[in-house]
Design a protein around this ligand. Structure first.
Ligand SMILES: C[S@@+](CC[C@H](N)C(=O)[O-])C[C@H]1O[C@@H](n2cnc3c(N)ncnc32)[C@H](O)[C@@H]1O
Length: 276
């Protein structure tokens, strides 16, 4: 059963989520099937950063469908995913069997969890959605001294094949070009995460760590990755055609390059971390 802290509402996050497309039927399941889960090396890096073999508590902010939460089940004593979208949280609960993992429905800025108990507070592909200052303050409150806040993101598109990548880039540009002119739906740039973590004053040391993960994909997964982009599904729902969105071209390029043959792909990751 998820706990609920939605009475602690953040209007900016609320507005962003209401235009995210994450609530649409089938979106969470598609996201969970197609997005990457963090590889074991990420867990190794974060345990080293926090100077623990196995963390007692990991809190995963913006845990989505649990892709970034579940891998900790075998490493940590306890794992808590904090997620604001009921649909994403429901998918996470359905897809997670481990007894030491639970999900809280709350905003990252107001988790309702106790002070100073976490070795790690993670934020996977999610910090750009959150108001930085209250999120850093909450992460620092949850961490024990020496604990680590780690915001990490993967680069789009993955390394697959230049034609597929070019088509994916084109789709991303078309989706971005369709953003509301008044700035609604705009999120924080990921390349500013480290500077903002440093400037927050909550962390004694901050740095960026870059690495890559190996994964596998066929054409259907590449198209599924594109369809797991909330803004694309919103634009399609508003009436943009698959052709106009660049999805038809991506599907064709992926079919030419991969078809139903699953091949190795590489995913670039960037961790921006702060030590409390
Ligand atoms: C791109 S998904 C990443 C999900 C997951 N961490 C992963 O790596 O697959 C971002 C998630 O953050 C959630 N989110 C956005 N703003 C939030 C906030 N202020 N508090 C908690 N969750 C939030 C969204 O609902 C979404 O599920």
């Amino acid at each position: 059963m998820a706990e609920n802290s939605r009475d602690l509402v953040d209007p900016w996050s609320e507005e962003l989520l209401s235009t995210s497309g994450y609530e649409r039927t089938g979106f969470a399941a598609g996201f969970d099937s197609n997005r990457p889960a963090p590889p074991p090396v990420l867990l190794d890096i974060l345990c080293l950063a926090a100077q623990v073999d196995g963390p007692r508590l990991v809190v995963d902010l913006g845990s989505g469908t649990g892709l970034s939460t579940r891998p900790w089940a075998d490493r940590a004593e306890q794992v808590i995913g904090v997620e604001a979208s009921p649909e994403m949280r429901a998918q996470a609960e359905a897809a997670t069997g481990a007894d030491n993992v639970r999900f809280v429905q709350a905003y990252a800025q107001a988790t309702g969890l106790p002070d100073g108990e976490a070795d790690l507070v993670t934020c996977s592909q999610a910090l750009h959605w959150m108001k930085p200052e209250p999120t850093f303050a909450e992460a620092a409150r949850l961490l024990r001294p020496g604990g680590v806040f780690a915001a990490y993101d993967y680069d789009w598109p993955p390394v697959v094949n230049w034609e597929v990548e070019a088509a994916f880039e084109e789709l991303l540009q078309r989706v971005r070009a369709g953003r509301a002119p008044d700035g609604r739906g705009m999120r924080y740039a990921k390349d500013g995460h480290l500077e903002r973590i440093e400037a927050s004053g909550h962390f004694r040391y901050a740095r960026e760590v870059v690495f890559h993960a190996r994964d596998r994909a066929d054409a259907a997964r590449i198209v599924g990755m594109a369809l797991s982009l909330g803004p694309l599904t919103v634009r399609l729902h508003e009436g943009l055609s698959e052709e106009e969105a660049g999805l038809t071209a991506l599907r064709e390029a992926a079919n030419r390059a991969l078809g139903d043959h699953e091949t190795e792909i590489f995913i670039g990751y960037r961790i921006r971390l702060g030590v409390k």
